[in-house]
Design a protein around this ligand. Sequence first.
Ligand code: ARG
Length: 256
Amino acid sequence: MNKYIMICMFICVALGAGSAMAAEVVYVDGIDAAFPPFSFIDEKGQPAGFDVDVIRWIADEMGFEVKIIPIDWDAIIPMLIAGNINLIASGMTITAARQEQVAFTSPYWTIDLAVVVRETKDAEGEPVPELTLFSAVQTGRKIGVQRGTTSQDWLEENVIGAGIDVQLVLYENFLLALEDVLIGRIDAAVMDEPTARSGIVDRPLTIVGTIKTGEIYGYAVRKQDAELLALLNEGLRRIQASDAWDRLVDTWLVGN
Ligand code: ARG
């Protein structure tokens, strides 16, 4: 046996052992518990949503275990970097600032932002938005966003930065912002459009306009976790090539 064959055998054995061990690996996925339709805790107290189902499918396919735990959104990247969780799958937009801190998988979804206001009734009793997009985003208006989101960034850069003095009110999660729109404590809330669509269901709230940010979502891991990143990317490639992807898109995102 020449030494090349021996090296090959050694590598093959090492790879085999690696994949056998991979079955035991548990990766912890941190999610925002209030970000439907991507990640939330359902009525039974179980993690649910598009990202939850996608990660579970990938874990199953790629042979690792996943444990999903809720984490406050504004602490989620620090928790990842500190090693409390291994990945974030929770409607996170890939941004240049975040890419300095963490590594993202390939993009898996694209979204715009939506502006939500109260709904009222016109003279005929038809539901109409209380404010227009134009009147909602003006000096003196109070606008709610989830702290540490691209909605906050967008308003700071493009509205406040342009001299329109809206008052930003920061919330732990987007639902609290919607509650405050409902009771009139703030005038509007800005958030990812799919989440806005799910949040206005059964509430006298409406989307009065969208902001075409065209942002793209990815799953985040620590920069040094190249192995997990490769697993997730391969898993994404496989699910997107399978019927499961269309089924989940249909269940969580399109029918929404
Ligand atoms: N996509 C936006 C961002 O990444 C909002 C995400 C909020 N996601 C969440 N799970 N709360 O900043």
